[in-house]
Write a protein that binds this ligand. Structure first.
Ligand SMILES: [Fe+2]
Ligand SMILES: [Fe+2]
Length: 191
């Protein structure tokens, strides 16, 4: 249902679980960046009312996730550090087309795939972690990421023909799988 063409590398979940503080710091920045992407879509496409309405709700929800994960970090006594480059997202964006209207389609597909990969990785974390607060956190966030994946694709089909969305999604899932296979196993949500 998430359309991903490969699972995360087998070494990713053990690396993530071995350094949960670093994972959570990266994760909290991902939530913030998701909210920020929603706002930048509003900035770029103010005339697209349906998109704007969805992005208002989305930005709010992702900012709530940011606050939630930040709460877990504080509880662990871990301070927030500056964000570092996200090789996964940067590589995905390298393939995005620069001219409209293709730029919008690629932005929506990239956002959908980031949500799908997060969802897959939350499940891996739930499987790898012992029962407890952190496992509950990832388990609780998983349904939202699946819903966000669907929401971005539904929006894409609102503004583009279904066949065009399907064709580009198919191309991008192949690109995404290649990027994921090439990632080092690091305690990050994506990179
Ligand atoms: Fe989120
Ligand atoms: Fe999300």
């Amino acid at each position: 249902m998430l359309r991903l063409k490969c699972e995360s590398n087998a070494g990713w979940a053990p690396a993530a679980v071995a350094d949960l503080d670093t994972l959570l710091i990266d994760h909290v920045h991902c939530e913030k960046k998701a909210a920020s992407t929603a706002l930048s879509l509003i900035n770029r496409y103010p005339e697209k009312t349906l998109l704007v309405d969805h992005m208002i709700v989305h930005a709010q929800e992702e900012l709530e996730h940011f606050a939630l994960v930040l709460g877990y970090l504080k509880e662990r006594g871990t301070g927030l550090r500056r964000d570092s480059a996200d090789p996964y997202v940067n590589q995905l964006l390298e393939h995005a087309r620069r001219n409209e209207p293709q730029r919008l389609l690629d932005s929506l597909i990239v956002a959908a795939l980031i949500e799908a990969r997060s969802c897959e990785r939350f499940q891996l974390l739930v499987d790898a972690l012992p029962p407890g607060d952190l496992r509950d956190l990832f388990d609780g966030l998983m349904p939202s990421e699946a819903r966000h994946f669907t929401m971005f694709l539904t929006l894409a089909r609102e503004y583009f023909a279904a066949e065009e969305v399907e064709r580009r999604l198919e191309e991008y899932t192949v690109i995404e799988a290649g990027i994921v296979r090439g990632l080092r196993d690091e305690p990050r949500m994506h990179g």
